[in-house]
Design a protein around this ligand. Structure first.
Ligand SMILES: [Zn+2]
Length: 306
């Protein structure tokens, strides 16, 4: 049994941080993650560097990581043709495109209707895949939207169908607002797998309301074998100031280890990467298991406790 964990610390994770990370710092994080066994890595986003300064060095980061770690599957987000050109020039063969499912989220985030964004995305996917690039299409807020509440399953299935028809080889259902519930994750993942058995399915879950790991477990129970995670739980909620985002890589590895499921990742190595990120940020991150491993030996009573 094996699951694939895509590491989002340098993508989704750092984009929530106001402290800008230089190229050497990002490369050091990649080095530690690679030592811990990470083989699938999200490296940033090909957007206008002025709008997201944290990812301004994505082009050069991608080309250096591609050269130094040929066995790591690298990916980055693209939003338009120009982004695809830059990504391909940097040596990327795998890209990620994000599409909203909620009309209100689309208007607020993209300034266009969901149908318009979908049309542009399917065109982008068709062009990129024709050029030999593999595409993962992510559905933003697939489990719920802060403006519209729960999203109809039919709308998600319809979007998956359009993206698959355009050439996306993998679909990621994203709980961007952290509103998913484990039973809903099981239901939706099972429905997508039943309707599109040929397509790879992954889950991008946020821990905003404390259900990140439980939702991940529910996804696994429904047959999903690919998940996005971020070392230390780096990243936040785009809708709620200060609320958690990504599930921590090391906590997911700890969960799967207890289930006898191989992730290919080494917990001690991950904790070294988390240590390094915490030192750079000068604050503890949200992941739990690295802290628990450092606790006093069993039998030591640290205080009166229930
Ligand atoms: Zn996210």
């Amino acid at each position: 049994m094996r699951v694939v964990l895509q590491e989002e610390a340098l993508g989704d994770g750092l984009q929530g941080e106001s402290r800008l990370f230089g190229l050497a710092e990002k490369l050091e994080i990649v080095r530690l993650l690679a030592l811990a066994g990470v083989r699938r890595l999200q490296l940033g986003s090909f957007v206008n560097p002025r709008s997201v300064p944290q990812v301004a060095n994505t082009d050069v980061l991608v080309s250096l990581v591609r050269q130094q770690y040929p066995d790591i599957l690298c990916t980055a987000q693209v939003h338009n043709e120009r982004g695809v050109e830059r990504a391909v020039r940097s040596g990327l063969e795998h890209l990620s495109v994000i599409v909203p499912v909620s009309e209100s989220d689309s208007r607020k985030h993209d300034g266009r209707s969901a149908a318009e964004v979908m049309t542009a995305a399917t065109r982008l996917i068709a062009t990129a895949t024709a050029g030999g690039v593999r595409i993962r299409a992510g559905l933003r807020c697939a489990f719920g939207c802060v403006y519209e509440g729960e999203i109809a399953e039919a709308a998600v299935l319809d979007a998956v169908g359009q993206l698959a028809a355009a050439g996306a080889g993998e679909i990621s259902l994203a709980d961007t607002a952290g509103m998913a519930h484990p039973e809903q994750v099981k239901r939706l993942a099972a429905a997508v797998r039943a309707a599109y058995p040929e397509i790879g399915l992954s889950l991008h879950l946020h821990d905003t309301r404390g259900l990140g790991l439980v939702n991940l477990y529910a996804g696994y129970a429904a047959g999903v074998r690919a998940f996005d995670v971020a070392a230390g739980g780096l990243g936040d909620c785009p809708f709620i100031e200060g609320a958690p985002g990504n599930v921590a890589t090391e906590d997911a590895v700890h969960l799967f280890k207890g289930m006898g499921v191989d992730t290919g990742l080494d917990l001690a190595g991950l904790c070294r990467a988390v240590d390094a990120i915490e030192a750079l940020l000068e604050r503890p991150l949200r992941g739990r298991i690295c802290r628990a491993r450092e606790e006093s030996p069993p039998g030591t009573v640290r205080r009166e406790a229930e």
